[in-house]
Design a protein around this ligand. Structure first.
Ligand code: R5P
Length: 263
């Protein structure tokens, strides 16, 4: 691995503990003005000091984030379908060139694959082509193992998708937490982060983050469970404490609640 690739990876995965808290606010690329992200700048500005990385789209970066901002960026580079077209949901291809990603000075890029759908080949070859170009410039690729309609978020499916993503060249894999998650981690040769998924009660989301870390995930790439929380700052702090400070779920929830009371 060359210096540039290592350097960018170290901006995403913190060298002090090899963990990461990624704040995901890229939902608009297929969901439009998602609840909580009507104005991304207002939402993320107070959260950034507790995040290691910000994951978002090119348009959100240009329009909502100050160029002076030092947070490492993981740019969403796949897309092409909307939440309305259910038959083709997540039938994604490249929506940002590697050159533009470099121009935006990103630390990494995120590309979704959808294993198990009739169009799986399109998404997988789209990702591998993108990885080939990124290798040329030393840019890490985070593979997002999307889960489509009728596909279970279970250990068998998520191990398959995560291992495939890693073997096909992804440098980090983002997947979902499931029962038996240790197996997903053990059989995937690159670091794994978990997505948060739909909003759930704060304590449950913290428990999920805790369990994922215990099972070997290196962190989270979490969105709705933070920005749709009754206290996004409190939730961000609590997730950060679980990932980096080894807080228990109770300690993290107390931190969330104390911030909630303050505000
Ligand atoms: C989906 O593929 C998007 O990339 C989201 O960023 C990702 O799912 C993480 O967000 P959430 O925690 O809201 O699921």
């Amino acid at each position: 691995m060359d210096w540039g690739m290592k350097n960018r990876l170290s901006r995403i995965i913190k060298p002090k503990d090899k963990r990461t808290v990624m704040l995901a606010v890229d939902h608009g690329y297929f969901m439009g003005p998602t609840s909580g992200l009507e104005n991304i700048k207002t939402m993320v500005d107070p959260l950034l000091r507790y995040a290691d990385t910000l994951m978002l789209t090119r348009g959100a970066l240009r329009n909502y984030i100050d160029p002076e901002q030092q947070i490492p960026i993981v740019l969403r580079v796949s897309g092409g379908t909307s939440i309305i077209n259910e038959d083709h949901l997540l039938h994604e291809g490249t929506v940002v060139s590697v050159e533009d990603a470099i121009r935006l000075n990103v630390s990494g890029v995120a590309f979704s694959i959808l294993v198990g759908q009739p169009f799986e080949r399109d998404t997988i070859l789209g990702m591998t082509e993108y990885i080939d170009t990124c290798e040329r410039y030393g840019i890490p690729v985070l593979a997002v193992t999307a889960v489509g309609r009728g596909l279970g978020k279970d250990v068998k499916y998520l191990s398959l998708a995560s291992r495939m993503a890693a073997e096909l060249g992804a440098h980090i894999v983002k997947t979902y937490y499931c029962d038996g998650f240790e197996k997903v981690v053990e059989t995937c040769p690159v670091p794994i982060v978990i997505a948060g998924g739909k909003k759930q009660p704060e304590k449950d989301a913290l428990q999920m983050a805790f369990d994922a870390i215990q099972a070997g995930a290196i962190g989270v790439d979490m969105g709705r469970n933070i920005f749709q929380s009754s206290s996004p700052v409190g939730m961000m702090k609590a997730v950060n404490a679980i990932v980096h400070k080894r807080y228990t779920v109770k300690e993290a929830y107390d931190l969330f609640e104390s911030d909630h009371i303050k505000n």
